[in-house]
Design a protein around this ligand. Structure first.
Ligand code: HT7
Ligand code: ZN
Length: 891
């Protein structure tokens, strides 16, 4: 198995000018005809032409119209090599046979619910035809599709439809032409029985764009929100970045078998139906929000990814980091900025930080890979609802933090001016940002090359006599595989000083590096300033601070780091109550909760009685009862950090202790604040009509978190209440929340309500996936048996990634059952990984990551997990995907 290195990147010897494809689709096999105009990069080039190709049967190979003799080429399992291609421009024609019907990997051309569809990113095009499957080969494509008309009435590819018609034998054809150059990973084809919801969007320059969302006919009513999201995204990109759509047609197709969330193929986005279909009765508020974000994300790729693409896969963050940042901003502008920021930062902490601590730790731009698919990181690896590359997005966000919105926009404009139609690198983006603003970014590029989460320590001091306030920073970047020693990073730290009256102290100068720097804006003092922390140790002193403030550090989470400050609990409670930066208000509560949980974990491990700190209880109560606060913010602020987050900051992760402590705190809060939670439920019930807007969603979020707390009490009155909420719910958000509240306690009611839910929704596979996931993630001891039973339930199908993510991925959500001391959880996951790897290596490798941090646990668990890793490693014919993760985990 070959490891590919960034340092080995070489420009290709040959480029492709045009690519004409013809697909004849049929029930047994598909024939792909390809005609490529090839030209050498340098005149007189005599290098061999190496084409990628996997699982392809070569039928014919012609150069300049002549069939090649066997001696003139070499064909093995991965490549087709022309040893001596003609000099200058030439045509290369291949005919290959492929078998989409038997393709369970869901990359290349495959079938989903009877329809043909493709997934080519990262390296799936080589499963369709012989090609230089790399993103720096950009060409213009045409695509002719021929298929049975009754089975596949709709034939789609990229660009514009230029011809269509009938062919004998009940067949028909369509020819698509894409006027823009693109890399092959953006190629797409769909053929099937689909209907579309149509709408139009008039761009700001007056272009009328036809928008079509394709699904099986019965799902069409569920595409209204996706269409709303698409139009909102198109408008937002024009308003915020001046970016207009560039064709007259934009297609979205929803398929039910898809490894990730969606794919941004030029003008033919293909989506996992989970992130397209929604109705109030079947989708939750979270689903609605995800759809908005993912539709936006894929649409935004049209400029950041498609018009300007990546030179090679190491530059993935160039398009993903930037596009995730853009979709985050879009969602913020459409809803609550603070709540979105909290959700995104929680994502970074839940998915990115753990990865940074494990064997798969890698910089934003990795130095090497075995299988590129493994570098699509973040939540996307276990669920279609997120696109990943969260840290890449944080890096892009830091440019904006440093430059301000107008400076960032100038940088974006220059980036497109310089690179439209090109395949470029992260440095090109960096240079555009720097040059457009004449900015000094010091060693900012380290964010791309150095792995690990920087830890920034802050020591604070107030000098009452000098009326100055000092922040002393020291940073450490922990060692990661292959990078034992690290350089200090350039960390933008947004800081405000909150005075004793709870108001921000206006700041006008800071002493740093022997100089007094002015930090006013348009001549006026500021409430927040961004400090440029660049050294291992460094001090900033604010002058003219007349009263001792409490510092609000890393406002808005201005850099993706771990902050370790010397703030006391009193300081944190003060910030929780007063900080004008809402993100840091939430963060203060989280730091307090983390400290409390860690200290209770230690009590639990010493077998001491657990007692809830009354001040924490009061803090939660005051937030819960503060009617001036945004309700969704309150819901977030009273949510405890996840079990994984606490385990990550322990020397030896102890899932049992963390689970016991989190459960204890939830129950204590529910007991002590029972009346407040009951009132919250009663006062925030939904009106009849479901609306996707912030006010309504916030009300539901608050009501449902209150219900979740109450549900932790094993108590008849609460069970009655939750059952009432379940029965009277008029939308899935409320119905599922009450089901989840009831799911916490084993027994007859739980069993009955779960059965009732399935009965009601068995016809709707997306709702059934929620049902699978809820049960699988249950912390009820020994739940593994139920999960094993569900493997044989008619609702489960191991070939469908969404079902695997729901059931098997869902099981990993229960830390206690996954890490059960008898090894039953690990054994189950080991078996599943091997089964999955034979069918779908991408899905298998996303599941095997549960083992990657096995060294973080106690010895018993280490041995059990290691045994599973070794068992997987010993398997014959392991995929590159799983091999890479398992071998790095065992190293
Ligand atoms: N750019 C898309 C990535 C993607 C993907 C990557 C590897 C294997 C399968 C995949 N499906 C989609 C998704 C995105 O950025 O939204
Ligand atoms: Zn993306």
């Amino acid at each position: 198995l070959k490891e590919i290195f960034l340092k080995d990147y070489k420009q290709p010897d040959y480029f492709f000018d045009t690519v004409d494809l013809k697909f004849t689709l049929s029930e047994e096999k598909t024939i792909v005809f390809s005609k490529i105009v090839v030209y050498p990069r340098l005149e007189g080039c005599s290098a061999p032409l190496v084409l990628d190709g996997i699982d392809l049967k070569l039928i014919s190979l012609k150069v300049n119209g002549d069939e090649l003799k066997v001696d003139d080429f070499h064909h093995d399992a991965r490549h087709l090599t022309l040893s001596a291609p003609p000099s200058g421009k030439f045509t290369l024609e291949t005919v290959t046979e492929i078998s989409p019907q038997t393709n369970t990997s869901l990359e290349g051309l495959y079938k989903s619910s009877g329809n043909f569809c493709t997934q080519c990113e990262a390296q799936g095009f080589r499963k369709i035809t012989f090609f230089q499957d790399r993103p720096d080969i950009m060409a213009k494509y045409t695509c002719r599709i021929e298929a049975d008309k009754s089975l596949y009435p709709v034939l789609l590819s990229n660009g514009n439809l230029i011809e269509q018609g009938e062919i004998e034998g009940g067949k028909h054809f369509a020819v698509w032409e894409d006027p823009f150059v693109k890399p092959c990973y953006l190629f797409a084809l769909v053929a099937g029985k689909l209907e579309s919801r149509d709408d139009t969007f008039i761009t700001r320059s007056g272009r009328k764009v036809l928008l079509r969302i394709w699904t099986p006919v019965e799902d069409l009513p569920k595409t209204a929100h996706a269409m709303y999201s698409l139009k909102a995204a198109m408008k937002w990109d024009e308003d915020v970045f001046g970016l207009e759509y560039d064709l007259d047609l934009f297609n979205i197709v929803a398929v039910s078998d898809f490894n990730m969330g969606a794919m941004e193929n030029k003008s033919l986005n293909i989506f996992n139906s989970e992130v397209v279909l929604a109705s109030p009765e079947t989708a939750t508020d979270a689903d609605y929000a995800t759809i908005l974000g993912v539709i936006g994300h894929e649409y935004f790729h049209n400029w950041t990814g498609n018009r300007v693409t990546c030179r090679d896969w190491f530059q993935l963050s160039l398009k993903e980091g930037l596009t995730v940042f853009r979709d985050q901003e879009f969602s913020s502008d459409m809803g609550s900025r603070t709540v979105k920021r909290i959700a995104d930062v929680t994502g970074v902490r839940t998915y990115q930080f753990p990865e940074d601590m494990g064997p798969m730790a890698h910089p934003v731009r990795p130095h090497s890979y075995i299988k590129m698919d493994n570098f699509y990181t973040g939540k996307c690896r276990i669920s279609p609802s997120c696109i990943g590359h969260d840290i890449g997005a944080e890096v892009v966000r830091m440019y904006k933090t440093l430059l301000g919105a107008p400076g960032f926009r100038k940088g974006m404009d220059l980036y497109f001016k310089r690179h439209d139609g090109q395949a470029v690198t992260c440095e090109d983006f960096y240079s555009a940002m720097r040059d457009a603003n004449d900015a000094d970014f010091f060693n900012f590029l380290l964010w791309y090359s150095q792995a690990g989460t920087p830890c920034l320590k802050v020591v604070t001091a107030y000098d009452a006599q000098a009326k100055s306030y000092s922040l002393k920073f020291s940073q450490v970047v922990p060692p990661t595989p292959g990078q034992p020693v690290k350089e200090p990073m350039f960390i933008p730290v947004a800081v405000g000083l909150v005075g004793p009256n709870g108001k921000d102290i206006p700041l006008s100068s800071v002493y740093h590096d022997g100089k007094l720097e002015t930090i006013t804006k348009d001549g006026q003092p500021v409430n927040t300033t961004v400090l440029r922390v660049t050294k291992k140790e460094e001090e900033f002193v604010f002058s003219d601070i007349r009263e001792c403030p409490v510092p609000s550090i890393l406002r808005g989470y201005s850099a993706p780091i771990r902050l370790d400050s010397d703030l006391t609990d009193a300081d944190l409670y003060f910030l929780l109550a007063n900080d004008s930066d809402e993100f840091n208000r939430w963060e203060a509560g989280q730091v307090l909760a983390r400290k409390l949980m860690l200290s209770l974990v230690s009590d639990f491990q010493k077998n001491e009685k657990l007692v809830l700190n009354p001040q924490f209880l009061l803090g939660v109560k005051s937030i819960l009862c503060d009617s001036s606060l945004d309700k969704e913010f309150v819901a977030k602020a009273i949510t405890l950090p996840g079990e994984g987050e606490i385990m990550d900051i322990m020397e030896i992760a102890d899932p049992d202790a963390v689970h016991a402590v989190r459960t204890f705190i939830r129950k204590q809060l529910a007991t002590e604040l029972r009346d407040e939670f009951l009132n919250t439920v009663k006062n925030n019930r939904s009106s009849e009509q479901y609306e996707f807007n912030h006010t309504n969603m916030a009300r539901r979020a608050l009501k449902n978190i209150a219900l979740a707390y109450l549900g932790s009490l094993e108590d008849e009155e609460i069970t009655e209440l939750a059952l009432h909420e379940y029965k009277t719910a008029t939308n899935m958000t409320d119905q599922f929340a009450s089901l989840a509240a009831l799911d916490q306690n084993p027994g007859k009611t739980r069993d009955e309500v779960l059965a009732d839910f399935y009965d009601k929704w068995q016809h709707d596979f997306l709702v059934v996936n929620k049902w699978l996931s809820l049960q699988a993630s249950s912390n009820i001891p020994g739940n593994i048996e139920n999960v094993r039973k569900l493997l044989n339930h008619p609702a489960f199908d191991i070939r469908n990634p969404n079902k695997v993510y729901s059931l098997i991925g869902g099981f990993c959500g229960s830390r206690v059952n996954l890490h059960a001391k008898d090894g039953s959880g690990y054994k189950f996951m080991g078996e599943m990984v091997l089964q999955l790897d034979k069918l779908n290596p991408q899905v298998a490798s996303s599941m095997v990551t549960v083992f990657s941090r096995w060294k973080r646990y106690d010895e018993t668990r280490q041995n059990l997990a290691k045994a599973q890793l070794e068992m997987i490693m010993a398997e014959n014919g392991l995929s590159e995907n799983v091999f890479e993760i398992v071998s790095k985990s065992l190293a």
